[in-house]
Design a protein around this ligand. Structure first.
Ligand SMILES: [Cu+2]
Length: 286
């Protein structure tokens, strides 16, 4: 029985690898896409790593599922009453029992190594170039720039009638947070009232926003564009209506935006419009 597992294993691994390779092509980046399969596209090193880990696990579980299925089919066919009228009274098989204990342990060890590596990477940020603080509220997010005179952007979800062409429903907000591309952004996360959760799928970031506690996460976005996330902790009536929007722009645009935003938010939005029309349309069409 164990011998028949080998060719099955190789076939299953090939199948899983094909599925894993196809999944990112079908996923949206920065926002979900219709009929999306798999995770959103990755734009940070951590989420690239999480994507690989996900694909690796998918291959392993596919092999295990197919192997167990093959065993079941074999048993059902081979040991059906018609073919096997006198059942065997065997109850123990030492080698088999040792094998089905040791092999799963080894599989778990193989999974644990990349898992801990990813966990360690998530909690060991490189030195930060910039810090922002996000504060969850019933029901919106505030994004604070502590190094820019506590500049505070209140993000309120746009109603369907307020949406501009290309802006996603239930995700677009009035004031996008802005960060520079390829810079390490440290994010302090807290809440003003109840527990929320700050989640940005394309960044591979999700951390609880807890009143009275400052949680920390980080990201380094490698591609310009607008990325959307949502509150991911059931926080009350309008939980589904407190999206997060982060716009990643060139360092130059970021500096100009920050300078303008310190005094006039509307003027700062115009800086963004002028500078990033191209990146805006490219992400929206993806
Ligand atoms: Cu919330």
């Amino acid at each position: 029985m164990l011998r028949t597992g080998r060719p099955t294993t190789i076939l299953a691994a090939a199948l899983a690898a094909t599925i894993a390779a196809a999944a990112p092509a079908l996923a949206g980046t920065g926002q979900p896409s219709p009929w999306q399969l798999g995770l959103q596209g990755a734009v940070t090193p951590i989420f690239h790593q999480a994507h690989s880990f996900h694909a690796f696990l998918l291959a392993i579980i596919t092999v295990i599922v197919l192997f167990v299925l093959a065993l079941l089919v074999y048993c059902v066919v081979r040991f059906r009453e018609e073919k096997n009228p006198v059942p065997s009274k065997t109850t123990h098989h030492t080698l088999l029992e040792v094998a089905w204990t040791i092999i799963p342990v080894l599989i778990l060890v193989v999974i644990a190594i990349p898992s801990f590596r990813l966990l360690y990477a998530q909690y060991s940020p490189p030195p930060a170039d910039l810090t922002i603080k996000v504060v969850g509220r019933q029901w919106n997010w505030d994004v604070v720039y502590p190094d820019a005179n506590e500049l505070t952007l209140t993000q309120i979800m746009l109603e369907p009638e307020e949406l501009q062409p290309g802006q996603p429903r239930l995700l677009a907000v009035d004031n996008n947070a802005v960060v520079p591309v390829n810079k390490v952004v440290r994010v302090h996360v807290t809440s003003d009232d109840v527990i929320h959760s700050f989640a940005m799928p394309s960044f591979g970031v999700k951390v609880d926003a807890v009143p009275g506690r400052l949680n920390e996460t980080w990201f380094k976005a490698e591609k310009e564009g607008i990325y959307y996330g949502q509150c991911s902790e059931l926080c009350g009536l309008a939980h589904a209506f407190m999206p997060i929007a982060i716009q990643v722009v060139s360092e130059d645009t970021y500096n100009k935006w920050l300078e303008a935003a310190k005094t006039d938010l509307e003027a700062a939005k115009k800086v963004l419009q002028q500078a990033s029309v191209s990146s805006l349309t490219s992400v929206a069409s993806r």
